[in-house]
Design a protein around this ligand. Sequence first.
Ligand SMILES: [Zn+2]
Length: 273
Amino acid sequence: MPEFAEIEALRRPLAKRLNGHTIVNVTVLEPRSIEGEIETFKQNVIGSTINGVDRYGKYGLIRSDHGTLMFHLRMSGQFYIQKVNMVRPSFTRVLLDLENGEQIRYVDQRKFGYLAAYSKNEPLSFLNGLGPDVLDPSINTRFFIETFKPIRRKIKPTLMDQHLICGLGNIWADEILFQAKIHPASICAKLTDQDFDYLYHAFHQVVAYAIEAGGINHYNPLPQSEYNGQFDLFTHTYGKEGKPCSACGSTIQRMMINGRSAFYCPHCQRMIH
Ligand SMILES: [Zn+2]
C-alpha cells in the first residue's frame, strides 16, 4: 500500500500531467470507487480546472478552481492518463474526461481505494480525527511522549494508527523502529522519555530519507509517467526475513502483530515491556 512517501513522489508527475486541464465529463463504472453520492461527485468535478496536487498522510489531493478531488489508493489504486480512444486498462473504475481528448482513468483491481470530491467551501471531512501529517512541524519528542506514553498497546501498530500520526504504514514503521533500536512489540507506556527521543529522531530521519528516495512501492501508481518511486525494497528490515541485519549480521525475523507482519532484528531492537 502506498504510504506518505509514495504519494509524495506521485505529486509532481501527476501535477505535470494534469495542471491547467479541465475535467469535462465523469463516468463512474464502479460505484464503490466513489465516496458519497455519484451525482454530487459529478457536480463537484465536472467543469473544474486542475491547478495542483497536494498530499495529507496517504491521501492525495487534486486541487482545482472548484475544490478538492481526494484520492486514497489503498492496495492497488492507479491513474492512467490516456487518449480516450485507447483501450482501457483492466479494472478501470472511474473515467474523468479532459478537455484535450485525454482521460484520467482510475484503475483499482482490488477496489479498496476511492475518490471523493469536495466543493471549495466544504470542509475536508476525511481529515476528521486524523493525526498530524508526518511532515507537520508540531511532531517532536514532546509530541511522541504526550501522544504515545498514555497508550498500553504495542508500538508498531500505534505508529501506524492514522489518528495519531497520518501517513505511516507497515514498511516505514518497521524502518523507524529499526533505526530507533526498539522492538516492534514493545509497549508504548513502558518507553522512557529517552526512548521517545530516539524514536522521534529515527522518525524524523526515516521520513526525510523516504521522501528523498521517492518512496518504495510494489506497483506503479502512475504508469507511463516519470514517477520515480523505487520498486526494489532497499529497506533494512521490511521484507528481509531470514537475511542478515545490515548492522549486526543477526538474522532478521518476522512476527505477526495484530494480523500484520513486523520485520525486526532481535539483536539490535530492544524489547521494552
Ligand atoms: Zn541487528
